[in-house]
Design a protein. Structure first.
Length: 535
């Protein structure tokens, strides 16, 4: 008898993606002794932290709230060097986790999934790769990320440009030479803000093409000493527990904003920006800031004053002051960003005044003029939330197309599965937390691992969610966000940055505790909204 070819071995699970979510999912299923393969298109593990290797890339949640918490030994032996670690440090950490837990032999890199098709007859998935091979699996678990399908401007001529060009989310492994060169950057989201700050003093000329200015609170990063790490290690459980409300170490004030006078509130806001770190401007702020337009304007006015104080040219400062409510677009966090615009070698081009007409052989043509460049960087973000799913041909039961089912926006039961796609489960996907992704992912991975483990042990052939359950969660996601100012925004969270995309909120604004309570309730009630079939 001949051995079956490896591609014919039926895996218990195939995981798409080896970022923060995929690595943890792989580890949990390996702990159960399952046959699992994780595949990734990238040349290395790390997902976001492999692809986004542009100068200045770093986390905007504290390193110690962004790492894994599943292993005491891992917490004890890893040392973070900064409050907000850089991309190389985070990539090294994720590689360390993969090696420490023996996961690398279960990972296939440089392997893009092109299609995944469910077979109703055998209740298995066939997953096809870009090298022409395939694998079959009982379960497919996507860990593809909600910010991983890079998006370029629709302006024509991108292929005409004769200089060097790169997208921040597909940054080359070999260095991109910017020293002394004329560099253009399109986009001023988190990636643009980080990159612009990192390269401004190295380039010859820097032209920043800004469409929408965003509110950028200070990151307030700093080094972590050996003593800091000893302190953190002693408080890891406390830190983890604090993160269970919002995914952050910060908590909103217990009293309402109206308890303070306007002058006291000003002092509170100034202190928030000066003495706290990272996304404290969202999480340690009054909850009403994301609900009450007046209070939001009050806080934004403090940020606006700071921009005007830091940027020498008043006309440039005005272009950098946003008009939308603070926080409805995810705020980039900055360290010296605004001072960049005081440099002689930096020009801010306001695309609201002079939109891009096309990319040319020599650079960027706007409605006003041609900008000649040696290097053109696209910091233009992602086809967010559903984009990385849409780039795979996923076909479920009875030939249903995943892309079609999500045409009007994601439709999931608690962000974990979609009706019509048995044995397809998501971690780190749509309709889960706004905020610190690893903190929600760990709960999803536990939920999915238990569900898959139970199905495999109990002879369950199909795990599906009902249309009613998915519609109810999707309605709930919209109801919750409609109580906040997010609804006033144009952001990737709504898909507004992708031309032609239906407007639907892709995350869950109800907080981590409410989300986890929902997951726990579903599990405790025997998987409400799921149908587990043994025949
Ligand atoms: P973002 O936050 O989506 O930012 C993309 C930026 O690129 C933003 O300033 C966009 O302006 C701009 N953009 C996008 N398309 C165009 C076109 N066609 N022309 C001009 N400018 C454009 O992506 P990032 O990578 O910076 O950050 C993503 C997330 O990663 C971030 O939220 C954090 O959670 C971490 P717009 O605002 O759409 O007018």
């Amino acid at each position: 008898m001949t051995e079956p070819a490896p591609s014919d071995d039926l895996l218990d699970a195939l995981i798409i993606g080896t970022g923060v979510a995929g690595i943890l999912q792989l580890h949990r299923l390996r702990e159960q002794g399952r046959t699992v393969l994780a595949v990734d298109a990238a040349p290395g593990v790390g997902g976001t932290w492999n692809w986004n290797r542009y100068p200045g890339a770093r986390v905007d949640s504290e390193s110690y709230t962004y790492g894994y918490y599943f292993s005491e030994e891992l917490l004890a032996d890893w040392t973070w060097t900064e409050h907000f670690c850089s991309q190389p440090e985070n990539e090294a950490y994720l590689n360390h986790v993969v090696d420490r837990f023996g996961l690398r032999e279960h990972i296939r890199l440089r392997t893009a999934v092109t299609a995944a098709t469910y077979d109703d007859g055998t209740d298995t998935w066939t997953v096809r790769f870009d090298d022409g091979t395939h694998r079959r699996a009982r379960f497919v678990i996507t860990a593809v990320g909600i910010l991983s399908a890079p998006q370029y401007p629709a302006a024509p001529g991108r292929e005409d440009f004769q200089g060097v060009s790169a997208h921040t989310a597909r940054w080359p492994h070999e260095p991109v030479e910017v020293e002394g060169r004329r560099v253009g950057v399109i986009g001023t989201g988190s990636s643009g803000v980080q990159l612009i700050t990192a390269i401004a003093d190295r380039v010859g000329e820097l032209t920043v093409f800004q469409r929408t200015p965003n509110w950028c609170p200070p990151l307030n990063n700093g080094p972590l000493t050996a003593a800091d790490m000893t302190d953190l290690r002693g408080r890891y459980q406390e830190i983890w527990a604090a993160c269970q409300a919002l995914g952050s170490v910060y908590a909103a004030p217990a009293h309402p904003a109206s308890d303070l006078s306007p002058a006291q509130r000003r002092t509170f806001f100034e202190d928030l920006l000066d003495s706290k770190r990272g996304l404290a401007s969202l999480y340690a702020n009054f909850v009403e800031v994301m609900v009450d337009p007046g209070l939001n304007r009050e806080f934004a006015a403090v940020l606006a004053d700071r921009i005007r104080a830091r940027v020498d040219d008043p006309a440039v400062a005005e272009r950098l002051v946003p008009r939308h409510h603070f926080g409805v677009k995810r705020p980039p966090l900055e360290t010296g960003y605004y001072e960049v615009y005081n440099r002689d070698n930096v020009t801010l081009v306001d695309l609201l005044e002079e939109p891009i007409e096309r990319i040319t052989r020599t650079g960027v043509r706007t409605a006003a003029q041609d900008y000649d460049l040696d290097v053109l960087v696209y910091a233009t973000g992602f086809d967010a939330v559903t984009g990385s799913f849409d780039r795979i041909d996923i076909t479920g039961a009875r030939g249903v197309s995943h892309r079609d089912v999500w045409k009007a926006g994601a439709l999931t039961h608690v962000g974990v599965a979609t009706p019509g796609f048995p044995n397809l489960l998501y971690v780190g996907g749509p309709q889960s937390l706004v905020g610190n992704i690893p903190r929600v992912v760990e709960h999803q991975v536990e939920f999915v691992s238990e569900l898959v483990g139970r199905a495999l042990d109990d002879g369950v052939r199909r795990v599906e969610v009902t249309q009613e359950a998915a519609q109810a969660w999707t309605d709930h996601v919209e109801e919750v966000v409609d109580t906040t100012l997010y609804r006033t925004g144009q952001s990737w969270m709504y898909g507004s940055n992708t031309p032609g995309k239906a407007r639907a909120f892709g995350l869950y604004a109800g907080g981590l505790r409410a989300y986890v309570d929902r997951l726990n309730g579903i599990r405790a009630d025997g998987y409400t909204g799921f149908v587990l079939s043994t025949s």
